[in-house]
Structures are given as C-alpha cells and as structure tokens.
Ligand binder design. Structure first.
Ligand code: GLN
Length: 199
C-alpha cells in the first residue's frame, strides 16, 4: 500500500486525506521537509495558492518539493494545487512562487470572475463510467500546455485537467464530492511508479 502525503500548509487537507484512504492509500499530512522521505506521492490541496506559496517558503519546503518532483515523485494538485504545479502563472501575485512540474501556463481565478463557484459534469480521460462532478471554486484554467503534456479534460473550451508524466492537476475538487475515482487514478500512478522503482 503506497503512502501518500497531503501538503498540509493550508487548504482542504482533511478532505484529501479521506479521499485517499477511500482509494486504498495510507494518507498522512506533510508539513516538514523530513516528512517527504516517508511518502511515495503527494497531493497538493485546494485553498489559496498565494498563502500556500508563502508558507512553503517559510517552512523550507519549496526546494525539497521541487527536487522530489524533478526526481519523479507522483504529485496531484487540485485548484490551488494545480496553480502550484504550473511552470508559469498568469494573474499570480508578483512574489508568488510555484513548484512547477507541468509545462503549462495557468491563469488564476480564471473562472472566478464570471462565476465564483459552480458545478459541471466533466468527461475526463482515464475515468470510466459517468462524468466526474466538477466542483469549481474560484478556479484556475490552463491557458496553454507544452508538447509533453496530456490534456485530460476541458470545460467550455478551457483545459481543466492535465497530466505530464507523474504529475496530475485538475482545476476542480474531486475531494469534495465523495466520488474517489480521480484519487484512485492518482493512487494507481503512485503504485506504478513504486513498481517501476523496485524493478
Ligand atoms: N483562487 C485560489 C487561488 O488562487 C484557488 C481556489 C481553490 O483552490 N479553490 O489559489
């Protein structure tokens, strides 16, 4: 059983811990650099990316996290977590840092101006059966992606789910719906990576 951390600086940490446990992972909050050694994968929750970025600097996590991502640790970010995984940001705060990991440009609060919060049925590649219930809360969208990225879902012409290698990101919040299929997809990515490592 893989151990998956949830970055617990700020945001909806508890919901992700529950969803990961339901998807058969050992889930634990991560706040300190030392704790990174104990995890096989990491979820970056929804919340407020400017605050998360600031706290990641204060807690000394920015570089250690970048290093683990570069080394291939699977990471899944929702909403603010997606923002953290963007190589480039639009409408970010001037001093806002991201971890990067996906060759994409993400626009913060992109859906927020028209609509603070809404739900929509999302067809997502890799998710069988009914569409995923997409909960969007002052959500970002992906403005553009590089050649090595895979667009997994769009809404209203905008990319809202993307994957590059072991890094997955969604504009929306599956952790708030009780449908654990996206978390199960991520747990499968973590298992695959662990299996590849021990070969
Ligand atoms: N608008 C938030 C940000 O910029 C993200 C909102 C969310 O995570 N639901 O960080």
């Amino acid at each position: 059983t893989p151990t998956i951390g949830v970055l617990a600086l700020q945001g909806d940490v508890r919901e992700h811990l529950v969803a990961l446990a339901a998807a058969d992972a050992l889930a634990r909050p991560v706040r300190r650099p030392e704790e990174l050694a104990e995890i096989d994968g990491l979820v970056i929750p929804g919340g407020e990316s400017t605050t998360m970025s600031k706290l990641a600097v204060i807690f000394g996590l920015l570089e250690p996290l970048r290093e683990r991502i570069r080394a291939g640790m699977p990471v899944y970010g929702t909403c603010a977590g997606m923002i953290m995984l963007a190589d480039k940001l639009l409408d970010g705060r001037e001093d806002q840092e991201t971890l990067g990991g996906i060759d994409m440009i993400v626009r913060r609060n992109a859906f927020g101006r028209q609509n603070e919060s809404f739900e929509a049925a999302i067809e997502m590649a890799g998710i069988e059966g009914a569409p995923v219930e997409g909960v969007f809360i002052r959500a970002p969208w992906v403005e553009s992606t590089g050649a090595d990225t895979e667009v997994l879902a769009t809404y209203d012409g905008h990319t809202v789910a993307v994957r590059q290698g072991n890094v997955l990101a969604t504009s929306f919040h599956p952790e708030l719906t009780g449908d654990h299929r996206v978390h199960a997809l991520f747990v499968a990515m973590v298992r695959e990576r662990a299996a590849a490592g021990s070969r």
